[in-house]
Design a protein around this ligand. Structure first.
Ligand code: AMP
Ligand code: GLY
Length: 417
């Protein structure tokens, strides 16, 4: 089978790595990919936002299955366009992808289908938004409606900050229009965790758990990032939550897809807040998480291609999804300055010196004059398996002393409370 992966991050490297292990995958391509992915398959330059070019590539190369990694092409209707051309895609269609593409749409879906979530109000007018602030306590959560590459959620502590955040989003257009509509939301307390599932819209199969560490500094301090490291399984998940999550979240979610006639074949990544063994949904993402995927997929024992093809063909109920009992840690090596400004093009050294049992996924790298250089905020994802969490963590932290580049930064408390 010929398979194409769309995207260029560590998540897509991990997906390509697992697809490459499938005996059924005879040809693997990525658009645009990265130097790490290029070591596994053919990378073709091109924009993930150019549906016409991508569908044309799929037709010319007779691609059997296209796996769409990031949210932007999903929200642009790439899965719909691939299907219209008569080919298969792993990734939800545009209407279902709006569960990530619009916070207001997503909240409305949750309320209508009785999925527990924080109280909220949706507003499109700045003056009205300022008045609505008075109906909430502080801290207050302000969410830009549209996609904002992880920058669309701001938690404010007082009215003054609320008004200035609303002005930036709604009047000054700080997020390129993503904040012209906003959601004001009740602040939830508890313990945050993510639940990733495969689905074909009829069957939903939860993956093993993972814990992401979002803030840039140790002790969960500093601004949010895309994620600085993960461990799987999630060591903080309370026992016995599986049944609660199925009954309170997954069952009504699937019923909602059915009632709203949403064609959802791919991954749903549910951000949850858990308190007193009750879960509320913070957000839906319509794709694999990054860097959750890197640690989760290293524990997958079944054939990823078979699972993805089953999702694309509504036959997920016929696949047995098996996981290893290993613990996996994933440590993000980032550019100094990230998530603010940082330099690119810095040479990465000693990546060839890491031990054979370590998997290094490329997130933001490029080749320059034959040398591997930094090309993003999150540069590399160092992953290791262990019989327990301590063993996996010891291996990734050992590796972080071997690989180096100027300004390299990483958190020292991944997997710890
Ligand atoms: P979201 O993109 O909606 O998941 O929001 C990004 C982050 O903001 C989440 O991972 C939480 O840490 C935080 N957050 C979002 N909504 C809430 C809420 N209602 N209460 C507390 N924290 C929240
Ligand atoms: N790690 C969080 C995300 O992928 O959105």
């Amino acid at each position: 089978m010929k398979v194409l992966v769309i995207g260029s991050g560590g998540r897509e490297h991990a997906i390509a790595y697992k697809l490459k292990q499938s005996p059924k995958v005879t040809e693997l391509y990525a658009i645009p990919g990265n130097p790490g992915i290029a070591s596994l398959c053919t990378c073709v330059p091109g924009s993930v936002e150019d549906n016409e070019f991508l569908v044309d590539f799929i037709k010319k190369n007779q691609i059997d299955l296209t796996v769409i990694g990031p949210e932007v092409p999903l929200c642009n209707g790439l899965a719909d366009d691939i299907e219209k051309a008569g080919y298969k895609a792993f990734g939800p269609q545009k209407k279902a992808a709006t569960l990530e593409g619009s916070k207001a749409f997503s909240k409305d879906f949750m309320i209508r289908h009785h999925i527990p979530t924080a109280k909220y109000v949706e507003v499109t007018d700045f003056e009205k938004a300022c008045k609505e602030v008075d109906h909430f306590d502080f801290p207050l959560v302000i969410k830009a409606d549209g996609l904002a590459a992880g920058k669309g959620v701001v938690i404010v502590e007082n009215k003054e900050d609320a008004i200035s955040t609303l002005k930036e989003m709604m009047v000054d257009g700080a997020l390129d229009g993503a904040g012209s509509k906003v959601v004001l939301e009740e602040f939830l307390t508890g313990f945050e965790c993510s639940l990733l599932c495969f689905t074909d819209g009829k069957t939903i199969v939860p993956m093993v758990s993972a814990k992401d560490h979002k803030q840039i500094f140790d002790g969960n301090k500093g601004p949010n990032t895309g994620g600085m490291g993960t461990v799987s399984p999630n060591p903080f998940l309370p026992e016995g939550m599986d049944e609660v999550l199925k009954k309170d979240i997954l069952d009504p979610f699937m019923q909602g897809l059915k009632e709203d006639q949403m064609d959802y074949r791919g991954v749903v990544f549910i951000g949850l807040m858990i308190e007193n063994n009750q879960a509320k949904v913070l957000e839906f993402n319509v794709r694999f998480g990054d860097p959750e995927t890197q640690s989760i997929l290293l524990r997958l024992e079944s054939d990823l291609y078979e699972i993805m093809d089953a999702c694309a063909t509504y036959t997920l109920d016929q696949v047995d999804v098996k996981w290893s009992d290993d613990h996996v840690a994933c440590l993000v090596l980032a550019s100094g300055g990230y998530p603010g400004k940082y330099d690119k093009g810095i040479e990465i050294k000693n990546i060839d010196k890491v031990s054979d049992d370590i998997v290094v996924f490329h997130a933001g790298t490029a080749l320059k004059d034959g040398k591997l250089v930094t090309n993003g905020g999150r540069v590399l994802n160092v992953c290791a398996r262990g019989a327990n969490l301590q063993e996996a963590l010891a291996k990734v932290y050992e590796t972080a002393t071997i690989i180096t580049f100027d300004g390299m930064y990483y958190r020292h408390d991944i997997g710890l409370r």
